[in-house]
Design a protein around this ligand. Structure first.
Ligand SMILES: [Zn+2]
Length: 354
């Protein structure tokens, strides 16, 4: 009798597990198609660009700024912990091979500073390894500095940020403003909130990389100003007195916060700064190998919907704004006007320039 019961229970458990496996596989595979977003491509530096400040998107919110003299890296995340590492909170390490590849492939030989938006693993886990391989300073929160210290970065190569202070790197001027992290955790909490209060040597579970405070990063240059908002949390104060040309807008989890939130987010970062170009970032699956760009699974955040919202918000508030999806690893001439593709013609009195 009990044998039959055990068998029946085993069959039931097996069936539940099988259905669960099928459902989770389906959930994991259901992803927005990036090709369905029909925005114009960004201007890639080279023959068609007339300007020299470039921003190269290296996945998630890691961005390399370069004006030909000085390079700045917003965030430092080249290692890619697996989905299992994150879910089961297994210790993860810096991926030396990928870090060496990225620094070489994107020619980071003039890197002045690494500036993480906050110290979660997907923004800051490689800052120490990057600083050790370059001459870059690490500029950030106390928690970010603890990640660098854990990797043995010397004290004269780390700088604790002062909010609102202008830091000069070549012709770039960088200012960090206090921001909030998007409250996309359980019951509107911030995932892995808190501080890192001692040097953090790798390997560590991703949960050890606490948020440590979030920033809106303003990168000014004689050619233009870019705001990088790494997390879809609001800047703490209005950015009304910051004029910007470009906004790089973290969208991870934005759709779960609702359209009204997205509208306030847009207004506080785009409308208030008068930016002309908006690039969503942090829409890609951060567990894919470095260089592989796939939208995150829809159940974790629907970038296709976010993109539609951005079109609506642009049409409602800032009609002249251009929306771009950044292309991985390509130097985007962020302040360039595309050279018009006009065939050579003799001078005409009806030239539109006159
Ligand atoms: Zn974060």
């Amino acid at each position: 009798m009990w044998k039959q019961r055990v068998q029946r229970a085993a069959i039931l458990v097996g069936a539940v597990l099988a259905v669960g496996a099928v459902a989770s596989t389906w959930l994991w595979r259901d992803r927005p198609n990036l090709d369905s977003i029909e925005w114009p491509p960004p201007v890639i530096a080279g023959a068609s660009a007339t300007d020299s400040v470039t921003a190269t998107w290296l996945g998630v919110t890691t961005l390399l700024f370069d004006d030909g003299e000085t390079q700045l890296l917003v965030d430092g995340f080249f290692s890619r912990p697996s989905f299992g590492d994150i879910v089961f909170d297994r210790p993860v390490n810096n991926d030396a091979a990928t870090i060496n590849y990225a620094l070489d492939e994107y020619r980071m030989r003039r890197l002045a500073a690494v500036i993480p938006a906050h110290s979660h693993f997907d923004h800051a886990m490689d800052v120490g390894a990057i600083a050790n391989r370059t001459s870059a300073s690490v500029l950030g929160s106390e928690s970010t500095l603890q990640i660098a210290r854990g990797a043995g970065v010397p004290e004269d190569q780390v700088t604790l940020v002062e909010i609102g202070k202008a830091y000069e790197f070549g012709r770039f001027t960088v200012t960090l403003l206090t921001s909030r992290h998007a409250a996309v955790g359980w019951r509107s909490s911030v995932v892995y909130a808190g501080e890192i209060d001692a040097p953090l040597a790798m390997p560590q579970p991703v949960s050890a990389m606490r948020e440590g405070g979030s920033y809106t990063i303003v990168i000014a240059h004689p050619q233009g100003t870019t705001i990088v908002q790494g997390s879809a949390g609001m800047p703490e104060k209005s950015l009304g007195d910051v004029a910007a040309d470009v906004v790089m807008l973290g969208v991870d989890g934005l759709e779960s916060l609702g359209f009204e939130y997205a509208e306030r987010y847009w207004q506080s970062t785009v409308t208030s700064t008068g930016a002309q170009s908006v690039y969503p970032i942090h829409f890609d699956d951060l567990t894919r190998p470095f260089g592989t760009i796939v939208a995150g699974a829809r159940f974790l955040g629907d970038f296709e919907l976010t993109a539609k919202w951005f079109e609506t918000l642009r049409d409602r508030w800032d009609k002249d704004v251009e929306l771009f999806v950044p292309e991985f690893g390509k130097p985007i001439a962020i302040y360039a006007q595309p050279v018009p593709d006009v065939p050579e013609a003799p001078e005409s009195p009806e030239s539109p320039e006159s």
